[in-house]
Design a protein around this ligand. Structure first.
Ligand code: AMP
Ligand code: MG
Length: 347
C-alpha cells in the first residue's frame, strides 16, 4: 500500500493517537536494510523538485509538527538534503513577536508560504495556535476553537492558488522522547538543543495529545491532508515522509517547460560562436608560437623576455613588440581575419 494512503488521516476520521504505533517500521528490518530504498527516494525527490522549480506552475508546503524531540530538525535536513536549496525555504515558528501578536495568527504564516516553483518547509506552523495556545490557555477557548475552520479556509485558499499542502505529525512515544532527552545530556554535540521547557512541556503530554487529536481530526481535509508518521525510528520517519512527498509530486505529472526561444535560431548562434572561438584559439596559438624566443637568440637584445612584452635596446630604448607570425594564417581563418594579423617584419 502506498504510504500516502497508509499514513493519511482521512477527512472526517476521528483520530486517537493510541491507535497509531510510533515504533512501526513496516517490513524493514532496520536502517541498513532500508538504506537503498531511502537513497532511491532521495534521487527521485531531487528530480521532482527540479521539475517543480523549472515548471513554476505550483509550489509545495510541508508543515512539520510534533512534540519536543519528535525529529523536526532531522526531517528538515533529510528532505532538504535531496533538494537544490535555491528552490527551498525553511521557516521556524516560535512564540510570536510583539509585531506578530498585533496581527491575526495567520499573518506571519501567509508571508512564509512558498512562491510558485518553491518548496517551503515549516518547522512548527499555524497549528501551534491550536496546540500550545490551547494547552496553556494563551487565548480564550472561544478564540482558539474558531481557528480550526479558519485554518481549513486558509489552507483551501493556498491550494486553490496552486500550493500543495502536506502536513506531517511526527508521532513519538513518551519513552522515546525521554531517551532523546537523555542523549542530549550525554552527547556534547547535542547539548545545545536542551531547553528548560522540554521537561515542563513533557508534564503536559496528555493535554498535547488531546490538542493534536483535535487538530488532526478537524483539519485533515481532502485538499490539505495530515499524515501521522511513526517516528520512534528516525530512519523510518525519513523513509515515510520522503516517500509521501515523492508520491505526491509524481502524481502531479509535471513536465519540463518548452523552451521559450526559437531553438533553430539559437543553434545557429551557437555554431557561429563556436567557429569564432576556434579561429581565435588558432590565431592566438599561432601568435604565441611565432613570438616564442628562438634557440639561437640568446645574444639578442630582449632574449628571455616575456612573449609580447616590449624589449629594450642596449641603450635602454624599447625595441618594439614581439615578432609577428610568419607565413600564411591558419586554416579556416575567415577572409577578414587577416586584418587582425600584425604586419610582417621587413627582411
Ligand atoms: P523550538 O521549536 O524548540 O525552537 O521552540 C519554539 C517554541 O515556540 C515552542 O515552545 C512553541 O510551542 C512556541 N511557539 C510556536 N508558535 C507559537 C505560538 N503561536 N504561540 C505560542 N508559542 C508558540
Ligand atoms: Mg524545542
Amino acid at each position: 500500500m502506498k504510504y500516502t494512503k497508509r499514513f493519511r488521516v482521512n477527512p472526517g476520521q476521528r483520530v486517537r493517537l493510541k491507535d497509531f504505533d510510533p515504533k512501526f517500521k513496516d517490513h524493514h528490518e532496520g536502517h541498513e536494510a532500508a538504506a537503498d530504498e531511502i537513497e532511491r527516494d532521495q534521487q527521485k525527490l531531487r528530480g521532482l523538485q527540479e521539475l517543480l522549480y523549472a515548471d513554476r506552475q505550483s509550489s509545495l508546503l510541508i508543515c512539520l509538527q510534533g512534540l519536543d524531540a519528535g525529529g523536526k530538525d532531522g526531517t528538515i535536513s533529510h528532505i532538504l538534503g535531496a533538494m537544490n536549496p535555491q528552490g527551498c525555504r525553511v521557516t521556524g515558528f516560535r512564540e510570536p513577536s510583539v509585531e506578530e501578536q498585533a496581527h491575526d495568527f495567520l499573518w506571519r504564516i501567509h508571508s512564509a508560504a512558498p512562491a510558485r516553483g518553491q518548496v517551503a518547509i515549516f518547522n512548527r506552523s499555524h497549528y501551534e495556535d491550536v496546540l500550545v495556545v490551547r494547552v496553556h490557555d494563551l487565548v480564550p477557548k472561544a478564540v482558539w476553537s474558531r481557528r480550526y475552520d479558519q485554518i481549513n479556509a486558509f489552507e483551501k485558499e493556498l491550494v486553490e492558488n496552486k500550493t500543495h499542502v502536506l502536513k506531517f505529525f511526527l508521532h513519538i512515544s513518551k519513552r522515546e522522547q525521554l531517551r532523546r532527552f537523555e542523549q542530549r545530556l550525554d552527547d556534547p554535540t547535542k547539548r545545545w538543543k536542551i531547553s528548560e521547557s522540554d521537561y515542563k512541556e513533557r508534564e503536559f503530554w496528555t493535554d498535547y495529545v488531546a490538542a493534536y487529536e483535535a487538530a488532526l481530526t478537524h483539519c485533515s481535509t481532502a485538499h490539505a491532508p495530515w499524515f501521522v508518521i511513526p517516528s520512534d525510528h528516525k530512519w523510518f520517519r525519513n523513509l515515510a515522509i520522503g516517500r509521501i512527498v515523492v508520491e505526491h509530486l509524481e502524481a502531479l505529472d509535471m513536465k519540463l517547460p518548452e523552451p521559450s526561444v526559437d531553438l533553430r535560431h539559437i543553434r545557429r548562434e551557437y555554431h557561429a560562436a563556436k567557429r569564432l572561438s576556434t579561429v581565435r584559439g588558432e590565431l592566438s596559438a599561432h601568435i604565441r608560437s611565432a613570438s616564442a624566443p628562438r634557440r639561437d637568440s640568446t645574444t639578442c637584445a630582449g632574449a628571455g623576455r616575456r612573449p609580447g612584452s616590449p624589449g629594450r635596446s642596449p641603450a635602454g630604448a624599447p625595441v618594439g613588440r614581439a615578432s609577428p607570425p610568419r607565413g600564411r594564417p591558419p586554416r579556416g581563418t575567415p577572409p577578414n581575419a587577416s586584418r587582425a594579423l600584425p604586419r610582417s617584419r621587413p627582411r
